[in-house]
Design a binder for this molecule. Structure first.
Ligand code: AMP
Length: 280
């Protein structure tokens, strides 16, 4: 199995040889509890890059509640087993002191893109993401980084951050991997109470119906109300948002005059699920 490196010193030593040899390095940042969605990113990285680093770090700064951080699944041994067939070069599992050493006082924040959608419901979340991801980009020196479209706002925010800070990394977005019933794979899906699992695909189904309605020219507000009602009738407790945004830049949209994305967050069985799909 691929060796796990736990310190940035070990990582740096490994990187030095690759860089000297002119090899390209790809990174796949994760919080572990790996599933087929993560593995699709690893596959894309392996296809593109000479060397691939998978990072596993459950980043306390991006959680909004102590309970969510505590309950987040941690499956390091199983993660290593799932990665074995891909023969990545390094699994980097930094301890918290490697990322946030004593006295750490810096925060990386992107404005604009982080203000609506998940940003409106998870204060500070994206600052936690951009702080850790900028550190992982700098620690790994990666040429390319692979992120899932599953977290579409995050993908846009990370891309903006890398450009704004002149971090020489190409941020690559990969399509969402789903269960056969349409539910987007997520590490949090294992937290869904068994009785609610059957209701989970209702979210994606309502979004697909709404996207079809938009394509045929139906009214956005009407479709939105119908989709929200279907999600709640399907068993969800609450819809946080269900919005049509520009695929590039996430500006709110009312008519389909450019490529768009439908994005949603909703609660089921005490678990917050997010999803997004392209429209037009
Ligand atoms: P996480 O471990 O949840 O922080 O996710 C790590 C990376 O995997 C992020 O770039 C996610 O967008 C991506 N990811 C998570 N779920 C999926 C999925 N179902 N399909 C594709 N990528 C995903």
């Amino acid at each position: 199995m691929t060796e796990m490196l736990r310190t940035k010193a070990e990582l740096r030593a490994r990187l030095a040889g690759w860089k000297r040899a002119g090899e390209t390095v790809g990174v796949v940042p994760t919080m572990g509890a790996l599933h087929a969605g993560h593995l699709s990113l690893v596959e894309a990285a392996k296809a593109d890059c000479d060397r691939v680093i998978v990072t596993i770090f459950v980043n306390p700064k991006q959680f909004n509640s102590a309970a969510d951080l505590e309950n987040y699944p941690r499956t390091e041994h199983a993660d290593a087993e799932k990665l074995a067939p891909y023969a990545v070069d390094v699994i980097y599992v930094p301890g918290p002191e490697q990322i946030y050493p004593e006295g750490f006082a810096t925060s990386v924040a992107v404005s604009g893109l982080t203000e609506g959608l998940c940003g409106a419901f998870r204060p500070g979340h994206f600052d936690g993401v951009t702080t850790v991801v900028s550190k992982l980009f700098l620690q790994t020196g990666a040429d390319r980084a692979y992120f899932g479209e599953k977290d579409y706002q995050q993908l846009q925010v990370v891309r903006r951050m890398a450009r704004d800070l002149d971090i020489p990394v190409e941020v690559i977005g990969c399509e969402t991997v789903r269960e056969p019933d349409g539910l987007a794979l997520s590490s949090r899906n294992v937290l869904l109470p068994e009785a609610t699992r059957a209701a989970a695909p209702v979210l994606n189904r309502a979004m697909v119906a709404m996207a079809e309605g938009l394509r045929t020219g139906a009214d956005l507000a009407t479709l939105q109300a119908q989709a929200e009602a279907a999600i709640l009738e399907g068993g969800f407790e609450r819809v946080e948002y269900l919005e049509l945004r520009a695929a590039d830049g996430l500006a709110p949209m009312t008519t389909l005059d450019r490529p768009a994305r439908l994005l949603a967050a909703a609660w089921l069985g005490g678990v917050r699920l997010i999803d997004n799909i392209p429209v037009g």
